[in-house]
Design a protein around this ligand. Structure first.
Ligand SMILES: Nc1ncnc2c1ncn2[C@@H]1O[C@H](COP(=O)(O)OP(=O)(O)OP(=O)(O)O)[C@@H](O)[C@H]1O
Ligand SMILES: [Mg+2]
Length: 631
């Protein structure tokens, strides 16, 4: 489909969704679709829920956020279950301002933006549909037309509770345009859209002196006073402040704690009582979710001020710490790079991973528990199996520092350093070492790092570098084996045949001659020694493997070399040690002979075709690993 057809389709779809009718018709619609009259909080919650929930090991992951927010499942779960869900049920948290508190570039704005964009889409669905009094600048809830004294009756009949009073403007319109007959008032379906200022608002405070409350609540339109006669005529007022426009939806306050105090009080009464004061009018009811964000320092100084005590108790604070999982951090960088102008640059495999390792290390706190160093902790958090630890240990580790992840290196810094690495390099390809170097150079320029932290961070760069060395060596060695998986499989099968014969005290049969022979002790030991299985322990090790195999067989699954972590490690190491010399000679030879050259070309091809390198990064890798192996 061409773009113009798509535009046309879109327009037709928009037209199809339009609805306009009288209040009477609207009430009929409500009888069948009660959800149409839900509160803003409830709509947000249902939107999140409708995207689905995935049960994970430790909890729940809300799919709504999953596409753009990585590694914050626990914080999101808390946000949904301690705020959105109870707020949707009209519990008291709804009456508090939601304040996301977390370190810079930790995803707070992204979360809020997702909610806003999500609502725009959701208001176009049947479940998320919103209706309003036609022609009202605040898209007022039509149910406000029902007089106060009849609201209990309304509840009996419709099962819907109504909150809020008819606004002064619509009260006047009701009299003048509809002659007081509410059933004739026109109602219209609305679609949230921030750019059209429907149901979604944003406010960023300017400096305190020029903050103008009219930006939030609207203002008198002096040009119309002559026409309407007085300032207190609602028609002479422009209800076009952010709070007016965000009615029925969501209102974002950036840097909320920088707001002038009188603004904060306005917000409080809005959340607390569901109304605010504008101009010379009676209170104006509004139904909107108010979400703000701030960083920890600002928050601390805010609550340490006695004057703010009352405010404090009316705010619900949700911590949004940094992600602490290496593989999720990689995804964050991938996403940010994709969104940037760097996405044509080749980024060699593992380059983002080493950066992620570095970042996560800066965010973790040293555990006091025995035998847990920072690197182990990082692996455990990332979901890796670490010998001697299980999931319960990981949960305990997380509980040790509830405020972990509130500081350290932020993703934006890493992306900045990656782009600076790209600029410095002449070729459009960067590798892990380029990234680490750039991260290191950047530490000197990073304004907010203390000398002490700088020392720690340099050490983390060293750790990330060593991790990379291991990965790089392994990768090259793998590429050297004609088909790594194939070789590993053959070796394992061979080993398992021997183990089986050994445990059952059977003979092996030579495939060629048919001769009987003893299990190949030398082969078995050469593998077991790679992971330090001693002569005394070998029997138990082999038996344990056999038990594993039969357990697999009972479940009907095939045991292969990936089924047993230690066996896999042993096999990898064995393959690598057999290879080491040839890799060393080939990669570090200054003047490779013909056969070496051929091998190098094969390896480069395999790195490119199977491992995601390009010719620049593959050659860089080989050179680096050559130098490593000769140390
Ligand atoms: N956990 C995360 N998952 C996905 N992206 C993230 C995550 N944390 C940060 N980012 C990315 O980092 C960048 C900065 O995030 P964002 O602007 O949302 O942070 P913030 O908390 O609002 O920061 P600030 O305090 O500086 O306003 C964005 O591109 C965002 O997508
Ligand atoms: Mg932000």
């Amino acid at each position: 489909m061409g773009i113009l057809d798509k535009v046309k389709n879109f327009r037709e779809e928009e037209d199809r969704l339009q609805w306009e009718g009288t209040f009477e018709e609207y009430l009929n619609l409500l009888k069948e679709r009660k959800e149409v009259a839900q509160t803003a909080h409830s709509r947000v919650y249902n939107m999140i829920k409708s995207a689905g929930v995935t049960e994970t090991d430790g909890g729940k992951s809300y799919n709504f956020f999953g596409e753009e927010i990585f590694g914050l499942e626990e914080s999101i779960q808390r946000l949904v279950e301690e705020y959105f869900h109870p707020a949707a049920k009209r519990l008291d948290v709804r009456k508090r301002i939601l304040l996301l508190m977390g370190p810079v570039s930790g995803g707070k704005s992204t979360i809020v933006t997702m909610l806003k964009r999500g609502l725009e889409q959701y208001s176009k669905t049947d479940e998320g549909a919103v209706y309003a009094i036609k022609g009202c600048p605040m898209h007022e809830d039509p149910l406000h037309l029902i007089p106060m004294h009849l609201r209990d009756d309304f509840y009996e009949e419709y099962g819907i509770r109504i909150e809020g009073n008819l606004s002064p403007l619509n009260a006047m319109r009701l009299e003048q345009e509809y002659d007081g007959q509410i059933e004739n008032v026109l109602v219209k379906r609305i679609f949230f859209a921030e750019d059209k200022r429907v149901g979604i608002g944003t406010y960023t405070p300017s400096d305190p002196k020029s903050q103008d409350i009219a930006d939030l609540t609207g203002s008198i339109d002096f040009s119309t006073i002559a026409e309407f006669g007085s300032e207190s005529d609602p028609r002479a007022y422009r209800f076009d402040g952010e709070l007016n426009k965000a009615n029925r939806g969501i209102m974002e306050f950036q840097e909320m704690l920088k707001l002038d105090e009188k603004f904060l009080w306005l917000l409080l009464s809005l959340t607390q009582e569901g109304n605010f004061k504008a101009g010379r009018f009676a209170l104006i009811s509004a139904d909107e979710l108010i979400v703000a964000h701030t960083n920890e320092t600002e928050y601390r100084s805010f609550i340490s001020n006695k004057k703010n005590e009352a405010l404090h108790s009316r705010i619900i604070v949700m911590p949004i710490p940094y992600n602490l999982k290496v593989h999720q951090e990689e995804r964050i960088y991938e996403k940010m790079i994709k969104d940037s102008e760097m996405d044509h640059i080749h980024i060699a495999p593992h380059a983002l991973r080493v950066a992620a390792i570095f970042s996560i290390l800066t965010r973790l706190k040293d555990s006091k528990k025995q035998g847990v160093d920072l690197v182990k902790k990082m692996r455990l958090y990332d979901g890796e199996n670490v010998e001697g630890f299980n999931r319960v240990n990981v949960e305990d580790l997380k509980k040790e520092f509830p405020d972990e992840g509130m500081n350290g290196i932020d993703p934006r810094y890493v992306i900045n350093r990656i782009s600076s690495a790209i600029i410095q390099k002449e070729v459009p390809a960067i590798n892990a070492l380029d990234v680490l170097r750039s991260l290191k150079d950047g530490l000197d320029q990073h304004a907010s790092i203390s000398n002490e932290d700088r020392e720690r961070y340099l050490n983390f760069i060293g750790i990330a570098r060593r991790e990379y060395d291991d990965i790089a060596k392994k990768e090259v060695q793998k590429a050297f084996v004609y088909s790594y998986e194939e070789s590993a499989k053959t070796l394992v099968d061979n080993y398992l045949d021997n183990v089986e014969a050994y445990c059952n005290k059977n003979k092996m049969r030579d495939l060629l001659t048919g001769e009987e022979m003893n299990p190949d002790e030398k082969l078995m030991r050469s593998i077991e020694e790679q992971i330090g299985v001693s002569e005394n322990a070998k029997k138990a090790f082999r038996e344990e493997i056999l038990i594993r195999i039969s357990a697999y067989a009972r479940k009907g699954t095939r045991f292969d070399y990936n089924s047993h972590a230690r066996l896999r490690e042993a096999v990898e190491k064995k393959l690598f040690s057999d290879l080491k010399d040839i890799v060393k000679i080939t990669t570090s030879s200054q003047t490779p002979d013909e056969s070496q050259l051929k091998k190098i070309n094969e390896v480069v091809a395999s790195l490119i075709n199977e491992y995601g390198y390009n010719s620049i990064s593959a050659n860089e890798l080989l050179r680096y690993v050559g130098s490593l192996l000769n140390r």
